[in-house]
Design a binder for this molecule. Structure first.
Ligand code: AMP
Length: 395
């Protein structure tokens, strides 16, 4: 079955066409700066190695972006399929829909439920809704599947989902800890299962522009550091992470508007907010090494948040077999991995410093032979996670 996976950003679309169940990527594609006259279009055919990148393109809409990609896919010279009708399903890494937390066909009812939670995940649900509606028009009759980022976390026990809020807020508005980054953490569970025959007790650290930790026990999620929204957990690139909810009424009482507060929490917090330098850890690290104290503080706060959750999950799991780093920071920052592993060395973690310093795009173990806990670096592959779940959905 040909499954097209579509990853939607606020002004970008990324595609991968998979041949399932073999996990084979046939072609990938990317459109950046949708809606502008200087958009970038990329297409690559994985079997022939053909690849094209066009800059300065006019791509006014997501629909135009996908049409361009489909034209390349079906072109006799560059393509991998004869006709778009060969695409049976499109899988989306959707984020959140009220009352639909698993894997769902994207019916009008599910799209309405995404609309209902627009305010909780504005940076994600808005662009996804627009892209899905346009792709419905471009590919009529194709089954569109939403692999919601909450799906892997529906197994988290209720005592870890329920906040101490008036119970009717949970009942009426659905306010509870959801957990996100399900496609990534679910993929990590797949990798451990493939390589070790099971996950045992594992902690998956997805550290990128947005970060979360997940406690995995025997293949299923039993906790995740995100909350009702993607604002919780360790600090993110721009988002604040865990904060006392009473900050908000206090700032309102001081004359700030709710828009200013939400903008501050979404865009001006996290690594950027503390360092005042950048939302990119690479820049923050360089500034810290140059003696910038706020940049150093940002790195320390970042690592402290991760260490906090590793400790909490160690307690919840009752022990640890695997500690996994993934995402842009998890895969590339040997410094963050070292700081975290050293802080929790008493859990039976011995890092091999040479292996930690090496780079590779393969899943690998970076702990020493004698380490009781295996420490892994695994390249994130959320698209494959989405392709597998889309293929398996009501097969
Ligand atoms: P992601 O959201 O998973 O694509 O991760 C993107 C982030 O990874 C960037 O914002 C950088 O902060 C971070 N990153 C990438 N390479 C490195 C590196 N070599 N050292 C530290 N951080 C990095």
């Amino acid at each position: 079955m040909k499954v097209l996976v579509c990853n939607v950003g606020s002004t970008s679309l990324k595609f991968k066409l998979f041949d399932m169940p073999g996990d084979k990527v046939l072609a990938d594609g990317k459109v950046e700066r949708v809606g502008r006259e200087d958009a970038i279009f990329h297409y690559g055919n994985r079997s022939t190695g053909y690849s094209v990148q066009l800059e300065g393109q006019s791509i006014p809409s997501y629909a135009e972006g996908i049409q361009r990609y489909l034209a390349c896919l079906t072109d006799p010279e560059t393509g991998v399929i004869a006709d778009v009708s060969e695409i049976e399903r499109v899988g989306f890494k959707t984020v959140l829909a009220k009352g639909f937390y698993g894997i769902h066909e994207l019916t009008d009812e599910v799209l309405q439920a995404m609309e209902d939670y627009l305010v909780v995940a504005p940076a994600h649900n808005g662009p996804y809704l627009e892209a899905i509606r346009q792709i419905q028009q471009v590919l009529p009759g194709v089954k569109l599947v939403g692999v919601f980022e909450t799906a892997f976390h529906t197994t988290i026990p209720k005592e870890r989902r329920i906040y101490g809020i008036p119970y009717e807020w949970y009942e009426q508005y659905g306010i509870q800890r959801m957990g996100y980054h399900g496609a990534s953490h679910g993929y990590i569970a797949d990798v451990l299962t493939e390589q070790c025959g099971g996950t045992g007790n594992a902690i998956s650290c997805h550290l990128g522009g947005s970060g979360s930790l997940c406690a995995i026990q025997n293949g299923i999620s039993v906790d995740n550091s995100f909350g009702f929204s993607l604002q919780a957990g360790p600090i993110h690139a721009n988002r604040i992470g865990d904060t006392d909810a009473y900050v908000i009424p206090y700032l309102l009482s001081q004359g700030m508007s709710i828009d200013e507060i939400t903008r501050g929490m979404d865009k001006r917090g996290g690594l950027l907010g503390i360092s005042g330098v950048s939302n990119d850890l690479r820049d923050v690290q360089i500034a810290a090494e140059g003696g910038n104290e706020r940049a150093q503080l940002a790195v320390d706060v970042y690592c402290a948040g991760i260490i906090h959750y590793v400790g909490a999950y160690y307690a919840e799991l009752g022990g640890l077999d695997h500690l996994v780093f993934t995402g842009g920071i998890g895969e590339n920052s040997s410094l963050v991995r070292e700081k975290v592993c050293k802080a929790v060395a008493h859990f039976g973690i011995v890092l091999d410093e040479e292996k930690n310093a090496q780079r590779s795009n393969q899943a690998r173990i970076i702990s020493a032979e004698e380490s009781r806990v295996k420490v892994w670096v695994v390249p994130a592959n959320e698209e494959l996670g989405v392709a597998r779940r889309t293929y398996e959905y009501e097969k």
